[in-house]
Write a protein that binds this ligand. Sequence first.
Ligand SMILES: Nc1ncnc2c1ncn2[C@@H]1O[C@H](COP(=O)(O)OP(=O)(O)O)[C@@H](O)[C@H]1O
Ligand SMILES: [Mg+2]
Length: 321
Amino acid sequence: MDIINVSGLEKEFRLGLRRRRVRAVAGIDFRVPERSIFGFLGPNGAGKTTTIKMLTGLIRPTRGEARVFGQPVPTVASRARLGFLPENPYVFPYLTPLEFVEMSGKLAGLRGSALRDRARRSLEQTGVWYAADRPVRRLSKGMLQRTGLAAALVSDPELLILDEPMSGLDPVGRKEVKDLILDQKRQGRTVFFSTHILGDVESLCDEVTIMRLGKIVVRGRLDELLRRDKELVSVTVRGESSELERYCRERGLTFSVVAGRSHIELEGATLRKELIERIVSLGLELEEVVSHHQTLEEIFVREAIVPGATKAAPQSPPGNP
Ligand SMILES: Nc1ncnc2c1ncn2[C@@H]1O[C@H](COP(=O)(O)OP(=O)(O)O)[C@@H](O)[C@H]1O
Ligand SMILES: [Mg+2]
C-alpha cells in the first residue's frame, strides 16, 4: 500500500504588485510505499518545502492532488497518524522542551499518563531529555531541532514527514537522527524526509526522488540508481606498447602516455577483464587498476544541478510565465 500518493501536484505563488507567477512545484507525481524510507532531495529552491506543505495541508495545491493514508489532504483523520517536523520548527521560547512536546502530544489527542510517557520517551529518543526542563530560548539550534523532532514523534505516528531533519546538527547529531529514522522503519513506520545534503540519504533510503526547479528529475530505488551507472575503470601500465595502443584504439578506449606510463580509461567489468588479460599476455607490467561506481553525488550533480543535463528539467527558472 502507498502511504502517500501525489499526482499532478502543482503550486503557483503570486508575487508582488504585478502578481508575478512563481511556479514552485510544476506538476509532480510520486508515491511513498508503506514501511519505507523515502528521501526527497534537491538543491535549495527546488520545491521540497512547498511540496511538504501541501502534503501536510498547510497550503493548498494550485492543481493536482496529494493523498495521505488514501485520504485527500487535509483531514483530521490523516493528521492524527502523522508526525511532522517543519523546516524551521517554531518552538515557543518560554516553554521547556517537555512542555512543548506535551503540548504537541495534547494536540495529537494524548492525555494523562500516556501523554507523560510518550513525551518522555520521545525526548529520550532525540537526546533532549537531560535538558527537558530548561527554557527553550537557552537551547542551541541543534537542541531546538531535536525538540521539534521529539514533538513530531510524540504521538508515535505511522508516518513521519520531516523537512530537513538533519539541518543544524553536528556530525554526531546527524548520525543519531539517521539511526532514529532507521529505527522508525524497523518498527514498521514510514519516513518521508527532505534534504539538500546527499550524504544524508546514502545507506538510509529505500527510495529517492530528486527535484530541481519544481520538477522531479531523478527517481527510483536507491540501490537501483546506484547500480544503474557503469563501473568506471582507470588502468595504468608501466612503459609504452604500440600493440597495446592499437588494441585500445580498436575498442574505442581512451589511451594516453604520460611520463613513461600508459593510461587507459574504460567502462564496465567485462572490458576491464579483457584488457588486463591482454596486458598480461603482452608481457607488460600492470601498475594500477582503479575502479569506482558512480555515487549518488555524481548522479545528483549531473541530473539536478548542471543546467540542461537532463531533458526532464525545465530550461528556465520557475516563475517565467
Ligand atoms: N510563499 C512563497 N511565495 C513565493 N514564492 C515562494 C514561496 N514559498 C516558496 N517560494 C519559492 O518557491 C521555490 C521553491 O521553494 P521551496 O519549496 O522552499 O524549496 P526547497 O524547500 O526545495 O528549498 C523557490 O523559488 C521559492 O523562492
Ligand atoms: Mg526547504
